[in-house]
Design a protein around this ligand. Structure first.
Ligand SMILES: Nc1nc2c(ncn2[C@@H]2O[C@H](COP(=O)(O)OP(=O)(O)O)[C@@H](O)[C@H]2O)c(=O)[nH]1
Ligand SMILES: [Mg+2]
Length: 287
């Protein structure tokens, strides 16, 4: 569970204001459009930023595409997982290596248009430690609706997260969440779930740590190219929920938190970046 610390920043270079982490598994059809939108929006923002694409062991040319884009974009970085490890592993790998004051992850399909990041940033500037995009707080903001069966499964899963884990949120699964960097460094080091069920776990941990969590309504256009399998991944997510519950009952999170003493001790300084050459960073083994 314990991650290896990222490489230490040695210079006095100020960290960027925002890091955007994009988990990517076989995303060759969608990643270019995502990079184009994300980098164009960031270029219009007055502050420094960085983008980290986490290639989750793709079998297609996702990495090659990102690599090509990196040649002319020094703020774009690629991190390769040691094989296909899951969205939860990918997000953790990216967020723990992100250097921004605010760190945000977004699905590669940009179902939430990247401009919506400003709403999460505003929530963090307003005092939140964690700002989670919500598709259900303001249903009017859903531009392309999910199919009925998907809404049904999504609502059922949300009901279970409320009942089993006591999470009071309308939408735990939205792939658009932002964190104050220190909060992300602490929360994600305690994460144990590496596939789809990681969202409720990180929210559960954040609540245990008494971080301020706000749900922010975001515009959301469903992308029908979703590859989640309701039977297989749904069963797996329920199993993971049981695992979180059992971790909790066995005091695993409390022990890990107590072992931190001062949670700020866990926060590593941002990593050093050489912006003169494109970087490909791998994190073999355990995150
Ligand atoms: N399907 C899948 N997606 C992954 C995996 N690891 C990371 N991802 C990324 O997780 C994000 C969510 O995937 P998506 O298919 O849009 O899921 P959905 O729209 O929430 O059903 C995308 O950015 C994927 O590239 C994995 O092992 N499988
Ligand atoms: Mg999607």
């Amino acid at each position: 569970m314990e991650p290896t610390p990222p490489e230490r920043r040695t210079s006095a270079q100020a960290p960027p204001r925002l890091s955007i982490v994009i988990p990517a598994y076989n995303e060759s059809a969608r990643i270019e459009a995502a990079l184009s939108s994300v980098l164009a929006w960031l270029a219009s923002c007055p502050w420094e930023s960085e983008v980290l694409v986490i290639d989750d062991g793709s079998a297609d040319n996702t990495s090659a595409i990102v690599h090509r884009w990196m040649a002319s974009r020094p703020s774009l970085h690629l991190i390769r997982n040691p094989g296909n490890r899951g969205k939860g592993y990918s997000v953790r790998n990216g967020l723990l290596q992100a250097t921004g004051e605010i760190v945000l992850f977004s699905d590669a399909d940009l179902s939430a248009p990247i401009e919506e990041a400003q709403r999460l940033i505003d929530a963090i500037d307003g005092g939140a430690d964690v700002a989670i995009g919500s598709r259900w707080l303001d249903k009017q903001r859903q531009t392309i609706h999910q199919p009925l069966y998907r809404r049904f499964f999504g609502r059922c899963f949300n009901w279970v997260t409320r009942k089993v884990m006591g999470l009071p949120f309308k939408d735990t699964q939205c792939g658009f969440k932002a964190f104050r960097r220190n909060a992300a460094q602490t929360i994600f080091r305690l994460q144990t779930i590496e596939r789809w069920g990681f969202d409720p776990e990180i929210l559960f941990i954040a609540r245990k740590l008494r971080y301020i969590i706000v749900e922010v309504p975001v515009t959301w256009g469903h992308d029908e190219r979703s590859r989640i399998s309701y039977l297989r991944d749904g069963m797996q997510m329920l199993k993971e929920m049981g695992q979180i519950r059992s971790n909790s009952l066995r005091g695993r999170y409390d022990q890990a938190i107590a072992a931190l003493k001062d949670t700020s001790e866990m926060v590593t300084p941002p990593v050093e970046r050489d912006n003169s050459t494109p970087s490909v960073r791998a994190r073999p083994g355990q995150v």
